[in-house]
Design a protein. Structure first.
Length: 158
């Protein structure tokens, strides 16, 4: 199984198929608009703007499983991210990243790249970088700033 086998709905309800991102690095992030780490949206957007012409894809997966920090509806959340943080990269409909309702993409990513809590997501803004060949490349802690991921992105874009 590869990341290209998955699809999901965007916050606006359109289909987002990962097969459309073949041969491109993909940065997957579970997000929340009411989290102390929410300022990372700006750094994620900067990475997206700096490298999207070279192929980078950034996708935010909103999740309300951590202290209820994503209470907004899909549409309101997407608008808030655009207005408050300048986000133009795709955001999906809200999902679960832990427990019995875990979205299949996160089951796959957690299985491929376990973290300090094993196969659980610790908090909002856990990040997964997928190599252009579709293989999970590296997992980053919620507190890892987007700027610290840039060297890995550059390596994958070569």
């Amino acid at each position: 199984m590869k990341i290209y086998d998955f699809d999901i709905k965007t916050a606006g309800g359109q289909s987002l198929q990962f097969k459309d991102f073949k041969d491109q690095p993909i940065l997957v992030v579970n997000t929340a608009t009411k989290c102390g780490l929410t300022p990372q949206f700006e750094g994620l957007e900067k990475l997206y703007q700096d490298y999207k012409s070279k192929g980078l894809v950034v996708i935010g997966f909103p999740c309300n499983q951590f202290a209820g920090q994503e209470p907004l509806s899909n549409e309101t959340m997407e608008e808030t991210c655009k207005l408050n943080h300048g986000v133009t990269f795709p955001l999906t409909q809200k999902i679960e990243v832990n427990g019995s309702g875990t979205h299949p993409i996160f089951k796959y990513l957690k299985q491929s790249l376990p973290g300090t809590l094993g196969k659980r997501i610790k908090w909002n803004f856990t990040k997964f970088l997928i190599a252009p060949n579709g293989e999970p490349y590296k997992r980053y802690a919620p507190t890892t700033s987007p700027e610290k991921i840039e060297k890995d992105i550059q390596k994958l874009l070569k």
